[in-house]
Design a protein around this ligand. Sequence first.
Ligand SMILES: Nc1nc2c(ncn2[C@@H]2O[C@H](COP(=O)(O)OP(=O)(O)OP(=O)(O)O)[C@@H](O)[C@H]2O)c(=O)[nH]1
Ligand SMILES: [Mg+2]
Length: 226
Amino acid sequence: MPPHDIPHDTFDNNTAPLSRDAADRHVLRVGIGGPVGSGKTTLVGSLCALLREELSVVVVTNDIFTSEDAEALRAAAVLPTDRIVAVETGCCPHTAIRDDIAANLDAVEQLEALHGDVDLTLVESGGDNLTAIFSRGLVDVQIFVLDTAGGDDVPRKGGPGVAMADLLVINKVDLAPYVGADVDRMLSDARDRREDRPVMPTSLVDQAGARQVADWVVEQIHARRS
Ligand SMILES: Nc1nc2c(ncn2[C@@H]2O[C@H](COP(=O)(O)OP(=O)(O)OP(=O)(O)O)[C@@H](O)[C@H]2O)c(=O)[nH]1
Ligand SMILES: [Mg+2]
């Protein structure tokens, strides 16, 4: 779906004003969204592991009825446990990141206040469909994660996450040969929908697979501060 076909209500959300304190804030807030199982939590864990020495990082996860993703990140010890908080949305994931962001914003603000020195806040959405995108009142930039096993026609189908996210990640490229996915086609279909916005192929079977994404996040922090 080309960008001009995206429903207006979605665009209204994406072009909503930044949160009121955005200009003064030291911390960069990054939203990570995408379909169920595409690798969002794995990416969050890898970014924490790669960046925790140089940056003060906190994480908010979203699950519908559990705090499973937060528990997985704590169990993996990617950050001290008090830097990871779960929001149990109890509703469709996109509602909590786009329509009624109060629970997430509370969690983000409390974590940032508790730790004082935070450089980077990562907010993982619950897995959702291709229309799910974060409110700009909640995050400053957003990453959308697709994976090769979800079907190599997904970038062509488009939608706000594919077209409008600040960074599109096409994950699980290591699985492409086993699921018959054409990664080059996924990348080129995605680029067709995204003008100059970046697209990165990843394999997150080890943390180093997120290096390019981590570098992009650091660039966003520098861009924001300058
Ligand atoms: N082979 C392979 N497996 C991956 C990769 N990235 C993630 N996985 C696996 O895919 C599964 C789902 O990963 P998660 O990170 O939990 O996915 P998610 O998007 O957070 O899932 P939800 O939060 O439930 O929507 C896990 O078993 C991961 O280990 C990858 O690049 N390659
Ligand atoms: Mg997850």
